[in-house]
Each structure stands twice: as C-alpha cells, then as structure tokens.
Ligand binder design. Structure first.
Ligand SMILES: C[S@@+](CC[C@H](N)C(=O)[O-])C[C@H]1O[C@@H](n2cnc3c(N)ncnc32)[C@H](O)[C@@H]1O
Length: 220
C-alpha cells in the first residue's frame, strides 16, 4: 500500500469520527449563501460532491433546489437521510454514499450544476481530474460548476507532514491547490470562467481565516 493510499484510509476514518462526534447540523457556509445570492438560478439542479453533514445541501433544498448530495462517509450520509426524514418536508434531496473514485458509476440525467465546498483540497489530484472530466461529459451546455477550496497561499499549508510539494497530513489529508493551474484545467476542458477570487476573509471559522479560491464556471 502506498503512503498516500494509507493516508487516505486514515483520513476516511477521521471523517467518520468527525461526523459521529460533532453536532451535525450547522448553518450554511458563506460560500453556499453567496452562491444562492449570486450564481444559482431557480432552474438549478445540483450535484453536490462531498456534502459532509449537509449544511449546504439543506440550504439549497430549503430554497427548493433539487440536490443529489454525495460523500464517501457513510456516517454523514446516514445522518443526512435521517435529518431529511425528520424534516417531513417535500425536499427533493437524494443523499448517497459514493467515493469519487467510483464517479463513473453515477448516472445523473437531470443535473445542470456541480457544487463542491472544501472538497477539492480534501482529495488527491487524480480525483479532482476525474470530477472535472465527469462534469465536462455530464453537464449540459451552460451548466455550471461552483467550487471553493484552500489554495497554496493558505497558511495551513505550513503545518503538518509534507507528503509532496502541495500535500500535507495533519489530523487528515489536505492538498493545497494552485488556482491558476485549476483555472487552466477548466479552460482546457471548454469551461468559461464567470467568476474567480482568491482571498482570505471568505471562509472565516473561529480563529481560522484560510486563503481560499472561489470559482464559478459555465460549460461552453
Ligand atoms: C472538508 S469536508 C467538507 C464538507 C462540506 N462540503 C462542508 O463544507 O462542510 C470534505 C468532505 O469530503 C469527503 N470526501 C473526502 N474524500 C472523498 C472521496 N474520495 N469521495 C467522496 N467524498 C470524499 C469527506 O468525507 C468530507 O465530508
């Protein structure tokens, strides 16, 4: 087993513990709120990758936007399903456990929007490429991708064990993205950039003020 695959296995255990121990309902992320205000038209049908505890999925559902929400962590998905049931509303949410390594097996005929928050930096680049290829094949013309992720300018990159130039291990695996490289990947796959920013102050949480990028792109 390679160091990275062992690290990813440990990280999967980290997420199980994280979602089992934390109080699971949180307010929507600032990114989700910003997307709702600016970049998610009424006809959006969302595929959310790496939904975690559903904080953003439920925010979309409460705005009557249908959501297919996926995460590799069965503990988080089970809780989201239970929460959806307990709300007893007509929410169009479909929560499922899926590892992005198996994304090819996912059949989604009706989505036009792919959303991820704090996920691209939680996975190796090979899975990022898989996601971009999947979106490029599956989303219709004018479909959208919306992503928020930590960049190589995030101070957290100075912490933990260095697994490579951009990958770090603390309590779990992270890979800090160079947003210019990511933007080139989108352009090369035929995506038009609608919005880009890289900054701190966008995802403040307690004492943490990470440097993140936000990207909204449209399929040409
Ligand atoms: C930092 S959390 C972000 C969760 C949520 N989007 C949020 O903003 O609170 C990263 C999420 O990615 C999920 N994840 C990591 N690797 C994955 C993989 N290979 N396939 C599917 N989900 C994965 C984890 O289980 C975790 O829920």
């Amino acid at each position: 087993m390679t160091v990275i695959s062992k690290t990813l296995e440990q990280t999967a255990e980290f997420w199980k513990g994280f979602y089992a121990n934390r109080s699971l309902r949180h307010t929507p992320s600032p990114f989700a709120q910003w997307c709702l205000e600016n970049h998610l038209p009424e006809n959006s049908k969302i595929l959310e990758l790496g939904c975690g505890n559903g904080r953003d999925s439920f925010a979309f559902l409460h705005q009557n936007l249908p959501v297919i929400a996926l995460d590799a962590c069965p503990v988080a998905i089970a809780d989201n399903l239970e929460h959806q049931k307990s709300l007893n509303l007509q929410l169009q949410g479909h929560f499922s456990t899926l590892d992005f390594a198996d994304l090819d097996t996912l059949e989604t005929k009706n989505i036009n929007t792919l959303y991820s928050r704090f996920v691209l930096h939680a996975i190796p680049e090979i899975l990022e490429d898989k996601i971009l290829d999947y979106a490029t094949v599956q989303l219709p013309k004018e479909g959208r991708m919306l992503h928020e992720f930590r960049t190589i300018r995030d101070p957290l990159m100075q912490q933990g064990e260095a697994l490579s130039k951009t990958e770090r291990l603390t309590t779990h695996y992270r890979r800090f993205l160079n947003p210019d490289v990511f933007r080139e990947k989108l352009a090369a796959r035929g995506w038009k950039e609608l919005f880009f920013v890289e900054s701190d102050t966008l995802a403040v949480f307690g004492n943490e003020n990470p440097v993140v990028a936000r990207i909204v792109a449209e399929k040409k």
